[in-house]
Design a protein around this ligand. Structure first.
Ligand SMILES: Nc1ncnc2c1ncn2[C@@H]1O[C@H](COP(=O)(O)OP(=O)(O)OP(=O)(O)O)[C@@H](O)[C@H]1O
Ligand SMILES: [Mg+2]
Length: 322
């Protein structure tokens, strides 16, 4: 549905996006993750035509996104709702009028029975029925983001673009907002693009993710494929380093997927091979409610081959860390 082909963009001399190619399917929740300054917001702004690009092609539903054709661009923008880190609500308007704002902007009536039903329906979808005539200053951050989500949905978009939508919220509220986005994706079939520097966001809801660094896409895949066995660059992004591991012995990292995560592989191996080793590092992670784990064991050099052979036999993925 949304296709970027070799997109490049510069701000005068600064190349911000470099040859970006991404394909986002209908109804997908797609993550774009990377460090501050990587070009994530710029990429999102190019997708909805707020920003122009110099090279390549972006199409939404086969229609090219180009700032040159203003009329066509406005029609495209109507299909895309957007939410931001700082919510961007108008303080002088209450919740109802904030949600209704895009309709006003498009010259639609907001006080007809249908409009009222629509707006109130969205306000209850985001769980703010009791705040309908409250001003933004009386709302918490999470509630403000709920208003922004309702507002982004008021024109029946096919796509929702989220730029660091949960970065200003605490972990519990972040989870609630992500649950809401996931519900919107499932119930309304809306394609969602989330731009974030938070791993948690990608792990909780994204089906696919593009990792970008310095304006370049370095990896695309399922979050669990990118992050359970991270490349050097992704490791650096995650601040995972092997410096803390023991240097007397061989460090072997084991990877457990959903099926193998609850097998007692380690204790069985110790018993069957009759050997001792230490567990030096471990993590368990939840990707869209699937549990994945990783573990580093430190074994004696003389036991290394035996251990690797055993791990192959029980079909556990491993990697010897240098
Ligand atoms: N309007 C602009 N004019 C000039 N340079 C810009 C403009 N907007 C962004 N940049 C530059 O483009 C680069 C990418 O910025 P962008 O905002 O896309 O990064 P980001 O990945 O969204 O970062 P963050 O996580 O901090 O939001 C930065 O070096 C930034 O300074
Ligand atoms: Mg940004």
């Amino acid at each position: 549905m949304i296709i970027l082909e070799n997109v490049s963009k510069s701000f005068s001399d600064l190349r911000v996006l470099k040859d970006i190619s991404i394909e986002i399917q209908d109804h997908e929740i797609y993550g774009i993750i990377g460090q501050s300054g990587a070009g994530k917001s710029t990429l999102l702004r190019c997708i909805n035509g707020l920003e122009d690009y110099q090279f390549g092609r972006i199409t939404v539903d086969g229609v090219p996104v180009s700032v040159k054709d203003k009329k066509q661009l406005h029609q495209l923008q109507k299909k895309m709702g957007m939410i931001f880190q700082n919510f961007n609500l108008l303080e002088r308007l209450d919740v109802y009028d904030n949600v209704a704002l895009p309709m006003k902007f498009w010259g639609m009536k907001t006080n007809t029975p249908e409009a009222k039903k629509k707006i109130e329906g969205l306000i209850s979808l985001v769980g703010l029925e009791d705040k309908i005539h409250v001003r933004p200053r009386e709302l918490s951050g999470g509630q403000k983001q709920r208003v922004a989500i309702a507002r982004a949905l008021v024109l029946d978009p096919q796509i929702l673009l989220c730029d660091e939508a949960t970065s200003a919220l605490d972990p519990a509220i972040t989870r609630e907002i992500l649950d809401l986005l996931q519900r919107i994706n499932r119930q309304m079939g809306i394609t969602i693009i989330v731009v974030t520097h938070q791993m948690e966001v990608v792990k909780q809801i994204c089906e696919k993710v593009a990792f970008i660094k310095d304006g370049k896409v370095l990896a695309i895949g399922k979050p669990e494929d990118l992050f359970i066995r991270p490349s050097k660059e992704i490791k650096a992004f995650l601040h995972e380093s092997s410096e803390l591991l023991p240097d007397n012995g061989v460090n072997i990292q084991l990877f457990f997927t959903d099926e193998s995560a609850d097998e007692p592989v380690i204790s069985q191996m110790a018993r069957k091979l009759n050997l001792d080793f230490s567990i030096s590092w471990a993590k368990l992670e939840d990707f869209r409610s699937n549990i994945y784990g990783s573990l580093v064991i430190t074994v004696d050099e003389k036991d290394k081959d035996k251990v690797l052979k055993y791990l192959d036999e029980v079909k556990v993925l491993w990697e010897v860390l240098s």
